[in-house]
Design a binder for this molecule. Sequence first.
Ligand code: ZN
Ligand code: ZN
Length: 360
Amino acid sequence: MALKKRYVIVILLIALISISYSQRGAILLTVLPNALTSLMSTNGIDDLGDGLHVGLCGAGGPMPSGNRSGPCVAVIAGGKLFLVDTGTNGARNINRMGLRTDAVEGVFLTHFHSDHIDGLGETAMLRWMGGNYTEPMPVYGPKGVAEVVDGFNQAYSSDAIYRTAHHGSAVASPASSGMTAVTFEIPQDNTSLMIYDKDDLNVEMIRVDHAPIAPAVAYLFTYKGRTALVSGDTIKSSNIEKFSQGIDLLVHEALSPQLLQMMSTGAENANAVSRAKIFHDVLDYHTSPVEAAEIARDANVGHLLYYHVVPPLDVPGMDAIWLDGVNDVFSSYTLGQDGTLFTLPINSNKIVRVQLKIEN
Ligand SMILES: [Zn+2]
Ligand SMILES: [Zn+2]
């Protein structure tokens, strides 16, 4: 008898779930209006509290990966959001992280490899359309940034005209469309250049070595005593080590020589000559995971966040190969993914990590 009762309850539950599922559209229609109003009025920045916050809107490199988009680092301080580089999907991931693309105050470019700049046009367009700005989006960088910005502005010039014509200049003002380049002379080794100093946030530009690609720079962010450095692309750099001394968070690129060598050999065996050469060539201008850990150890940083993770680690077990030897050098690290967010609260030495869920 008891068994029969249980059977009836299970049937009823299944029926209830089926009805709810078949009525999901009608149910959603009743809650959606309020949910949308709440969504449109929230700004994730306000929820973060006073501190220096660093999130990965793109944790990968140039190759496609399930949970690591093109290089993009969100830096939030004093209620303002900046990006370091704008790789593929960066602008969209900003939204997926609960932040607003129209809140992007400006972009710092580390160098002009395509994977670091390919989302620039969309970032500027989404900021322009959603924001209420009187000036174009500033893009800070070393010499060459003006050519990149001019090119994107030209490519998006028809789009800008369409949007102003369609939405009116009160919403899509021609005065604030596109971007403005802010160019700096790259500093010599052992010196840094203060390129932004406003509302308690300092940003310093630091030379790195990504030869034969030049210029290439890192950025050091300081806000009310908390510090984070974003490496950009570089070999193991004594300059990074110097400017990372005692900082809270080192966000460093890394490439696994072991995996790239295997990929190069695999391409060679498949007679994919160009790919074999590219996989081999990239070995000489990046930092290995162990080398980045050595910098973190020698500079005594609070935590190391790996980004620009190359190659993609989409097959289970590849992460173990990628991290081989890291634990012997430095244990306070995170292998970043899209949505990894660090909070460094002011008046504290806490380093708080959360992994935001990013649905691709
Ligand atoms: Zn890169
Ligand atoms: Zn590069």
